[in-house]
Structure formats: structure tokens, C-alpha cells
Design a protein around this ligand. Structure first.
Ligand SMILES: [Zn+2]
Length: 398
């Protein structure tokens, strides 16, 4: 006898309904074999898709908007990101492990409610916060285990070269259990320090066999070019497929020749990119990157913090806004956008066995719509989330 059967499930790429059989947390077959199960759900022809994945979220900063300096958002949205980061760091004086834990827990519960099964959560490590954010997120990683896969990124938000203790704190964060080494080279003073920053992060990642997630060129000037440095260092360290870049907004201002060169380097480095069109003023050339075969995802980035006042870990909302900001409104765009909140971020986080196929781990949502287009249009809220052996009823049908 199976654990769960979902019958009359409409899948993304054909217009027919199917029976999804789930056993020991895995999709044992689609339309085949056994028909008796401990639990049966009739999806009644509604859409069943992969559940959502957030590959970039500043989880230690969520719900700090009310205490944030309101000039930060204004500066960030005008492209003056360095000053915005400096201003935003003042909030950290008022944060402690308990506050971060409480806020982040609220965000994770929201994510769960909206059908998210995995998050790459960033926690700052620096002279002010030290390891408080890391400790809070690691506690939540354990608490939510089996419900949400939380990967913790040790993120040197204030830079590495300008702060004495950060490099050591990054190492300590890894020892405590952080999963990913973060970086933000573009805020360092000069080109030499930017290069050093990238090298140090890669060095730590390789030493501890960890993935890298680095914020690059989160500004609107063509002279910010740390994406290129990151791609070169990834190739030099043979860390292909292990490096995620975030933001890269400056790409919008690169000249044609340079843009082509950087895209080729990213492709060679097997790098992925998480973009966040709703949280900032300019964006990388999405269609070109997709044509190049670079794995692209949409991140939540911020939830009600100094940089962005909204956000609720609802990825259909993020896809809806992205379709406007990026002018992606053709039927083929809807599938791309949907991939960017499901399987693409899952690939970036290197989640094994992701997708609705036989033999894969059961991570899926039942939505109150019939197509991906409608899911984005109505920013559909899942009725049911299945994560392995766990089943969550999120909303009753209307
Ligand atoms: Zn970010």
C-alpha cells in the first residue's frame, strides 16, 4: 500500500490529468501500479507543480523595516548602494540572536504557507553581529528540518578587507555549521581589494568543500565588474557548478562587447545567477542569459527591511512583479518565470532529485488554478504542500 495518491492532478507540460503515487517520501510512479494508499487526495483537475525554492533571502534582516532608516531605501533605489549599505548597517546595533531568530522564524512560516520547500538564507558576519545571525538561522535550520530545507550562508555584508575579524568569523561560521560561503566583493575600496575578497571567499569554500553565493555589482554603473572576477576565480579554482552570483545589476550598463565576454565566462564557469527585479532599480539582460543556458532564478532578496518595504516569501508574487519589470509577458515567458522560482533555484541550491518525475523526492504543491499562467496571474496560494512524507493543508478550497 502506498503512503499517498494524488489523483486528477494536472501537470505543467501536458493538458491531461494524472495520478501521482507517493511512497516513502518519493514519487514511486505516475499513472502506474498500485492504486490503494493510506491517504488519497483528489486534485479535481487542478495544477500540481514543484514547490517553490528561494535561493537568495537576507533572512537575518527580515521585518526590520519599522526600525530602519528610511533614507536607505531611497539611496538604494537611486543606485547609491554603497551609502545604503552603510546606513542599513546601523540597525544591527539593535539586533540580537533572539530578535533575528524570531523575525526569521516568522518569514520561514510565511514561506511554508506559500508552498516554499527550500531557502538559502543569508546571515551577516561582521564586527557588529559577529555570529549572532548564523546561530539564529542554524537553530531554525534544525527546527524546520523535514519541512523546509534551510541552507545558511555566512555573508560578509560589510566587506572582508575593511574589517579585521570577518575572515576569521567566516571560518568560525563554517565550523558552527553554515552551509555556504558568501561574499560581496563590489563594495571593497579598489580593484585590488575586490580581487582579494573573491580569492579569499573561494579559498575558504574550496578548503571546506562548500558552495559560494556572492553578491556582485549591485549598483547601476558599468565600471562595477566583479562578476567577471568571480567567473575567472571560479574557473581557476575548478569550482564549476558550485558558485551562485546574485544581483549583477550593473550588467544592464555593460557595452555589447564586454557583456558578451562576461556571459561567456559565466557559462564557462558553470555559474548561476539569482536576480531580484522587485528590490532594485536595474537588471541583467535576462533573455540573453537564458539563451546562453545560464541557470537563472528569481530571489525574494528582502522581506520588509531597510532596502525593500514589502515581500512575504510568496514566489508567485515575485514572478508576477518580475514579468512586469522585465517585460516578460509571452506564454513562453510564463514557463521561464515559473522555472525561475522552482527547478532553477533548486539546481542552484543543488537539491537532489527535484521535479515531478518518477523516483524523485515528493516536493509539490496543489494550486487552485489550472495553468502556470494563471498561477502567476492570480499569484495563486497553494492548497496543499507535500514535502517528502509530510503533507500540509494550507488553504481550504473555495
Ligand atoms: Zn541581496
Amino acid at each position: 500500500m502506498l503512503d499517498l495518491i494524488i489523483k486528477n492532478a494536472r501537470l505543467r507540460f501536458d493538458n491531461r490529468t494524472h495520478r501521482i503515487n507517493i511512497e516513502e517520501g518519493k514519487i514511486s510512479s505516475i499513472d502506474g501500479g498500485e492504486v490503494s494508499a493510506k491517504k488519497k487526495i483528489d486534485a479535481r483537475g487542478l495544477l500540481v507543480t514543484e514547490s517553490y525554492v528561494i535561493a537568495h533571502l537576507h533572512l537575518d534582516k527580515v521585518y526590520t523595516y519599522s526600525v530602519a532608516d528610511k533614507n536607505t531605501a531611497e539611496k538604494y533605489h537611486k543606485g547609491n548602494s554603497i551609502d545604503a549599505i552603510r546606513e542599513a548597517s546601523r540597525i544591527k546595533e539593535s539586533l540580537n540572536e533572539q530578535v533575528i531568530y524570531r523575525n526569521a522564524k516568522r518569514a520561514i512560516n510565511n514561506a511554508l504557507k506559500y508552498g516554499v520547500c527550500a531557502i538559502r538564507g543569508f546571515a551577516d558576519v561582521d564586527d557588529i553581529l559577529e555570529l549572532k545571525g548564523i546561530r539564529a538561522l542554524l537553530k531554525l535550520k534544525e527546527e524546520f528540518s523535514g519541512m523546509i530545507d534551510l541552507q545558511v550562508v555566512a555573508f560578509p555584508q560589510e566587506g572582508i578587507l575593511s574589517q579585521k575579524s570577518t575572515e576569521e568569523l567566516l571560518e568560525k561560521a563554517i565550523e558552527l555549521g553554515a552551509d555556504v560561503v558568501g561574499g560581496i566583493p563590489w563594495i571593497e575600496k579598489n580593484n585590488e581589494s575586490k580581487e582579494k575578497h573573491v580569492r579569499k571567499v573561494l579559498q575558504i569554500a574550496v578548503k571546506h568543500n562548500k558552495d559560494v553565493a556572492m553578491l556582485v555589482d549591485d549598483c547601476c554603473t558599468s565600471s562595477s565588474r566583479t562578476l567577471e572576477i568571480l567567473a575567472r576565480e571560479t574557473i581557476r579554482n575548478k569550482w564549476k557548478g558550485r558558485v551562485q552570483a546574485c544581483h549583477a545589476r550593473a550588467m544592464q550598463f555593460y557595452d555589447e562587447e564586454y557583456l558578451e565576454r562576461v556571459c561567456e565566462l559565466c557559462e564557462l564557469a558553470g555559474m548561476s545567477l539569482v536576480i531580484n527585479p522587485h528590490t532594485g532599480p536595474c537588471n541583467p539582460p535576462v533573455e540573453r542569459l537564458l539563451d546562453k543556458g545560464i541557470t537563472l532564478a528569481l530571489g525574494q532578496d528582502d522581506c520588509s527591511d531597510a532596502y525593500y518595504p514589502f515581500g512575504r516569501c510568496k514566489m508567485t508574487e515575485v514572478a508576477f512583479i518580475a514579468s512586469h519589470v522585465l517585460r516578460m509577458m509571452l506564454p513562453s515567458h510564463f514557463e521561464s518565470l515559473y522555472d525561475m522560482i522552482t527547478c532553477n533555484p533548486a539546481r542552484i541550491m543543488r537539491i537532489d532529485n527535484f521535479g515531478i518525475e518518477e523516483g524523485r523526492y515528493a516536493r509539490l504543491v496543489i494550486l487552485p488554478v489550472r495553468t502556470v499562467y494563471e498561477a502567476i496571474w492570480y499569484q495563486a496560494e497553494p492548497l496543499i504542500l507535500v514535502n517528502g512524507n509530510k503533507l500540509f493543508k494550507l488553504k481550504s478550497r473555495s
